[in-house]
Design a protein around this ligand. Structure first.
Ligand SMILES: Nc1ncnc2c1ncn2[C@@H]1O[C@H](COP(=O)(O)OP(=O)(O)OP(=O)(O)O)[C@@H](O)[C@H]1O
Ligand code: SF4
Length: 272
């Protein structure tokens, strides 16, 4: 589908805030943080879209429990998948909706990936959104360069960086901070994920991977520290099980969890 030259800017005019979620390393919990930020913002009454530009490893549809759905093509563009039925306050777009099956892999060179990202920004009917949360692949690759370049005209608010407390993850997130500075992308702050394990029986916190490294690094780079997210088995329960008919929805289960308290505090520090 060809895009008109100004379609991207026009399309994103109805989106108030655009936030990118980045991580230096894979597996640090970037997609689950993006998902929980979106759920938290939505629970606070905002209209939220999640764009998954991790083309080779899309996980947002699975986490939001809509990985068996497909996007619809309307005359105005692609209609994103709504997570909350008729309420239509949380929607999502991902390459996963366009693949023939869950096992299909995307083996594309840079130009094809960047064209896809442009289409996601210009051809999806996002409608009026308070927040568009963009989940990116780990590191700084073609996808990051493309999204930052295309978003320039839309004035994104900036990036949230996710790290775990170990030194190896922190070293990679430093590269991410430098990337943001090089491409003039404002840094909204750092989130330290998997920061200690809170025992569900006695609430004792054990720092399995150490703790506090993310905060120290935020201080060193003079960027805001947004908060710590403990290792919590609820993350897996929320995002890796589909509620049976009659059970609470994902949004209701998230709102009732300890994670909601943690993420509500983080979301409150994002631009309004
Ligand atoms: N705070 C947490 N407590 C417990 N499990 C977590 C937590 N954060 C993430 N996980 C789990 O860790 C795994 C990796 O998380 P996730 O997919 O969000 O990472 P990622 O950084 O996006 O990975 P990728 O490199 O594939 O993009 C998932 O199984 C997720 O459920
Ligand atoms: S005190 Fe230690 S062993 Fe006992 S429930 Fe808590 S974490 Fe587990």
């Amino acid at each position: 589908m060809a895009s008109a030259p100004d379609s991207l800017e026009t399309r994103l005019q109805t989106v108030k805030h655009i936030i990118l979620v980045l991580s230096g390393k894979g597996g640090v919990g970037k997609s689950s943080v993006s998902t929980q930020l979106a759920l938290s913002l939505c629970n606070a009454g905002h209209k939220v879209g999640v764009l998954d530009i991790d083309l080779c490893g899309p996980s947002i549809p699975r986490m939001l429990g809509v990985d068996n759905q497909q996007v619809r093509q309307a005359s105005a563009g692609w209609v994103p998948v709504y997570i909350d039925g008729e309420a239509q306050r949380l929607c999502c777009m991902s390459i996963a909706f366009l693949l023939p099956n869950k096992e299909a892999s995307v083996v594309w060179r840079g130009p094809k990936k960047t064209a896809m990202i442009r289409q996601f920004l210009s051809d999806v009917c996002w409608g009026d959104l308070d927040y568009l949360v963009i989940d990116t692949p780990p590191g700084t690759s073609d996808e990051h360069m493309a999204v930052v370049e295309y978003l320039k005209a839309a004035n994104p608010d900036g990036a949230v960086l996710v790290t775990t407390p170990q030194n190896v993850a922190l070293a990679d997130v430093r590269k991410e901070l430098n990337f943001c500075r090089q491409v003039d992308l404002p840094i909204l702050g750092v989130i330290e994920n998997m920061s200690g394990y809170v025992c569900p029986h006695c609430t004792e916190c054990t720092n399995i991977f150490s703790s506090g490294g993310g905060e120290a690094m935020a201080k060193e780079f003079e960027v805001p520290f947004l908060g710590r997210v403990p290792i919590d088995p609820t993350v897996t329960h929320l995002f890796e099980s589909t509620p049976a008919p009659g059970q609470l929805s994902l949004m209701e289960r998230f709102a009732a969890s300890n994670l909601a308290t943690v993420f509500n505090a983080i979301a409150a520090k994002l631009p309004r």
